[in-house]
Design a protein around this ligand. Structure first.
Ligand code: BGC
Length: 684
């Protein structure tokens, strides 16, 4: 009887851990006991990847299982060294462009459930490096330029995933803003810039989402590689209270002593600098101690135990994922991300009618676009829904003809021409930066369409801004569709026809010309180097400092083509009745949004805080709150957004801490960083 009660209690505990796993609930004693029972070789083996490089070591005699990892971050990419099929969600930039916390939470939950189904305990995502230049090859995996929007997106993704009992890994820590020579170019930035712009996502993930693991980046930071950087891990990450696993990115270590002393726990994908031979030699001559190994093993095992991995059945459990629910989650997020940049003459939504022929062309019209590298996921059915398939599925009222190339007859007689262009897994990918302009074939497709038809709509796939100047003035509508995942074709068809009104907003500043971006002056990439790829830059200076994106547009006086937070829909909104009232630790900002048109749509209301007389130089305004709500046609909806102390603070380099100045602040509410509709003043 006693045994049964104990067993039930243990099950209940395991269930509780599995239901709400978070690194904030570590069991230090249990981990310490295990560490005390391990041999030196077991300790050395536990601190690096094993087998296919996506596993940790099992120590069966101590009941320590081998944990499986997988990329990340748009779905489950790989198992046992092979790419698999799994639900492919919209990419990171699309998730950020949704400004929809619930939909992103569902994405995390969907990928978490797929991970469980495949027997994966640690997912290698989300990717959260801040967007600095359009050229970064991995912008598509990340969450845009603003630390607040990116942190909120990351937090909700992580919470969704970890509620499924799967550990999330936030990556790449830190200052990994370019893919060009990513192992070599040091990211050199000052302390304030690092804290205000580049650490924010990681810090919130630790403090508010209880993320289980952090992956360091390839690049050196101020001259020291991230995987061997005690300042990064010990002086920052651990001081935020992080008690989980810090792992290296795949093949990013250089020196055994620096790795062992640096504070990172796990060398991936296998031992290079932390082999038994190398570590044993260092132990023997006293350069490293057993305590150094114990520290890593302790951190690894306490994270395992916090997530219940030491007790749970870790085998693949296909029943963990509800395939229909995953598909629904992918579809719903794909509806939220696309950004309508331009809609002249209200050409969109498409008008139904058997005679209103839609001509569809362009290289991306009948593919499922995706960026490449470790973020590429093969969709569940192997192909996903293309735009052509999505439009065809609408039925007879939306007749569509897909053109392999420009076809003057058809183009002339069509009511509208949709041209699908952009990047893909070969042109926007990990390991190299991309170019600003589209491939010639893509621009030529738009040029051919405008030659024969006045009503051209461009839909584009990319992870960020690109050169639209060759044709932007000649087309009626432009939609940025990012990489929308396996349901992208269905979702875009629903948006184009107005079944659902677009509601995505830019998560970065769309400058319109590469050189207008103030950060570009300091950004290093092969494209900009007079001698091409062969010459290496030792470092990239983050010379724009905290004035990145819209912060820089205001500060340096540059007018972007489309501001941060911008996006059209099929109606317009009025803002009224702003009230800012003191609340427990800050203020509640309340206002009303009224839909003035004949179409129900979601509005992303944005709250910016603007210090009136700051004691140090600060951005004119910074995003500190937002909410997205459906506002039915002709109706009004009230928004309430809370601003806590962090909404007013800046990083003070004298004290190395966050500080709030006393004085007056303007609270600005609007629908983009440049479209402020309401303003009030508060005093701190
Ligand atoms: C990427 C990581 C990825 C890892 C494993 C690296 O090249 O930078 O983001 O998780 O490979 O595939």
């Amino acid at each position: 009887m006693k045994k049964i009660v104990l067993l039930l209690a243990a099950c209940a505990m395991a269930f509780a851990l599995n239901a709400y796993p978070t690194i904030n609930k570590v069991d230090k004693e249990r981990a310490a006991k295990l560490v005390s029972q391990m041999t030196i070789d077991e300790k050395i083996d536990l601190i690096s990847g094993k087998e296919d490089g996506f596993r940790t070591l099992a120590i069966p005699r101590l009941g320590i299982p081998s944990l499986r990892m997988a990329d990340g971050p748009q779905g489950v990419r790989n198992i046992n060294g092979k790419n698999i099929h799994s639900t492919f969600f919209p990419c990171g930039i699309s998730a950020a462009a949704s400004w929809n916390r619930e939909a992103v939470h569902e994405m995390g939950a969907g990928i978490g459930s797929a991970a469980k189904a495949h027997g994966v305990q640690i997912m290698l995502g989300p990717g959260v490096n801040i967007y600095r230049s359009a050229l970064c090859g991995r912008n598509f995996e990340y969450y845009g330029e603003d630390p607040y929007l990116a942190s909120e997106t990351a937090k909700n993704y992580i919470l969704g995933m970890q509620e499924q009992g799967v550990m999330a890994t936030i990556k790449h820590f830190a200052l990994n803003q370019q893919e060009y020579d990513r192992h070599g170019v040091s990211s050199n930035a000052d302390e304030r810039t690092i804290n205000e712009i580049y650490f924010a996502t990681f810090r919130k993930a630790v403090e508010e989402a209880g993320v289980g693991a952090v992956m360091t980046s390839y690049n050196p930071i101020n001259g020291v590689h991230a995987a061997e950087n005690p300042w990064l891990v010990r002086e920052n990450l651990r001081k935020w209270g992080f008690e989980g696993i810090v792992m290296t990115d795949w093949t990013s270590t250089y020196n055994s002593v620096d790795f062992i002393k640096g504070g990172v726990d796990l060398e991936m994908p296998k031992a290079y600098v932390a082999t038994r031979e190398k570590v044993r030699a260092l132990l023997e001559n006293g350069v490293v101690t057993e305590a150094d190994l114990d520290e890593k093993c302790q951190e690894i095992l306490q994270a395992f135990s916090a997530f219940g991995f030491l007790d749970a059945d870790l085998s693949a459990d296909p029943s963990a994922e509800d395939a229909a629910l995953s598909q629904k989650r992918a579809y719903e997020l794909a509806l939220e991300g696309p950004v309508l940049l331009k809609n002249e003459d209200n050409i969109l939504p498409l008008k139904p009618g058997k005679k209103n022929l839609i001509a569809l062309m362009g290289p991306n019209a009948n593919i499922m676009p995706c960026g490449g590298g470790s973020g590429y996921v093969q969709p569940e059915d192997g192909k996903g829904v293309t735009l052509y398939e999505g439009l065809k599925a609408l039925g007879k009222n939306y007749p569509v003809e897909f053109l392999g190339g420009p076809n003057p007859e058809v183009l002339k007689k069509a009511s509208v021409v949709i041209v699908a262009i952009g990047f893909d897994k070969l042109t926007e990918t990990e390991g190299r930066d991309r170019v600003y302009g589209l491939d010639r074939l893509h621009n030529e497709a738009v040029e051919a369409a405008v030659k024969y038809n006045k009503n051209v709509i461009v839909v584009a796939n990319s992870g960020g801004e690109f050169d639209i100047t060759p044709w932007a003035d000649q087309v009626k509508a432009i939609i940025l569709d990012w990489y929308p995942g396996q349901e992208g074709g269905n979702a875009l068809a629903a948006l184009l026809t107005g079944k659902v009104a677009p509601s995505g907003r830019l998560p970065f500043t769309f400058w319109g010309k590469l050189g207008k971006n103030p950060a570009q002056k300091w950004y290093k990439s092969a494209q900009l180097h007079p001698s091409g790829n062969r010459d290496r830059y030792p470092f990239t200076e983050y010379g724009e400092g905290i004035f990145l994106g819209y912060r820089g547009a205001e500060h340096f006086g540059v007018k972007p083509l489309y501001p941060f937070g911008y996006g059209l829909t099929y109606t317009t909104f009025d803002y009224s009745g702003l009230k800012v009232v003191p609340a427990a630790d800050g203020f509640d900002v309340t206002f009303t949004v009224t839909n003035k048109g004949g179409v129900s749509a979601k509005e992303v209301a944005q709250v910016y805080v603007s210090p009136v007389k700051p004691s140090v130089i600060r951005p004119v305004r910074e995003l500190k709150g937002y909410d997205k709500k459906l506002v039915a046609k002709g109706k009004s909806v009230e928004y309430t957004i809370h601003l806590g102390p962090e909404a007013f603070s800046y990083y003070d380099v004298a004290t190395h801490a966050w500080k709030v100045d006393k004085g007056e602040y303007k609270i600005q509410v609007g629908s983009s960083a440049e479209d402020i509709r309401l303003e009030a003043s508060v005093t701190k």
